[in-house]
Design a protein around this ligand. Structure first.
Ligand code: VGL
Ligand code: ZN
Length: 274
């Protein structure tokens, strides 16, 4: 049973009473305004078969708690100094994800952390490409690559987890982006989308089928990880308030269009915490 029982009794109650639309419309506002607002028109859900909404568990849409189970894993992406205020690739409010992550973490039996971990001179750094500036794109052997300021260099202060992040129960710390000539946004595959990090096999071996994601950055490493989780046949649920985005050239809108196509779900931590 993935969700708590109160959800199903409320389901039949509202169905019988014919107040399904009202209940759904109000809960949508509470739990998942990012996606839901696109399909909730004047507070009313017009098209209940919408793909995006299907990906959000019905109970969570209604503001009813989603039950975390032993098949669930929380994957905390790249909560490192360089992605937080003061860091080399600072994301506004990057450090604010930490409190939210700490609040949801006790719900999970399984937690995995990722760490962006580049060698000096990495091919994703603008400084490795004479004449190029950070945030420009170039074509590499595996396709287009955005160039970044030097960040998360192996062994540097910037590559360390933010000092406030405290998750000693995490069972894996997965480092990625260590191959000099290929970047790795996703926790599952490098940017060629083929070279595996091994995380998918690990989750399969452990019987973990549903991936909750949090961390930095929503529109890059969190987003790519969620999409790859779906590609591997896992459920992927992003805790939107436990993430912050870089938002470069429409990257948030672009990745959210992919989320909708791949049925990546977006929820608030409130859906786990009440
Ligand atoms: C990331 C850009 C470069 C991320 C990592 O963690 O989202 N973004 N390296
Ligand atoms: Zn990186």
């Amino acid at each position: 049973m993935p969700f708590d029982h109160s959800g199903s009794s409320l389901d039949s109650f509202v169905e019988e009473e014919g107040i399904l639309d009202e209940v759904e419309a109000s809960a949508i506002k509470r739990v998942s305004d990012w996606q839901a607002e696109k399909v909730a028109v004047e507070g009313r859900l017009r098209n209940r078969s919408d793909e995006v909404l299907k990906s959000v568990p019905r109970t969570a849409r209604r503001g009813i708690l989603m039950q975390v189970t032993s098949q669930d894993v929380l994957v905390v992406i790249d909560v490192q100094n360089d992605f937080c205020p003061g860091g080399a690739l600072a994301i506004a409010g990057g450090d604010l994800v930490i409190d939210v992550i700490h609040r949801v973490a006790p719900k999970f039996e399984h937690i995995v952390l990722t760490q962006d971990w580049h060698p000096a001179g990495h091919s994703s750094f603008a400084t490795a490409h004479p004449g190029k500036q950070p945030f420009e794109q170039i074509e590499l052997s595996y396709g287009m690559q955005t160039l970044w300021p030097d960040h998360c260099i192996q062994g540097s202060k910037g590559a360390e987890f933010h000092p406030a992040l405290h998750l000693p129960q995490a069972e894996i710390i997965l480092r990625k982006g260590f191959s000099p000539h290929i970047d790795s946004y996703s926790a599952f595959f490098e940017n060629d989308r083929v070279t595996s990090t091994g995380l998918g096999d690990y989750l399969r071996d452990q019987g973990l089928t549903r991936v909750f994601l949090a961390g930095l950055a929503y529109d890059y490493c969190v987003g790519y990880s969620a999409l790859d989780a779906r590609r591997l046949g896992l459920s992927a649920i992003i805790l939107r308030d436990a993430c912050r985005a870089i938002d470069l050239d429409g990257s948030v809108a672009k990745i959210e269009a992919e989320f909708a196509k791949s049925r990546v779900a977006l929820i608030d931590s409130a859906a786990l915490l009440g």
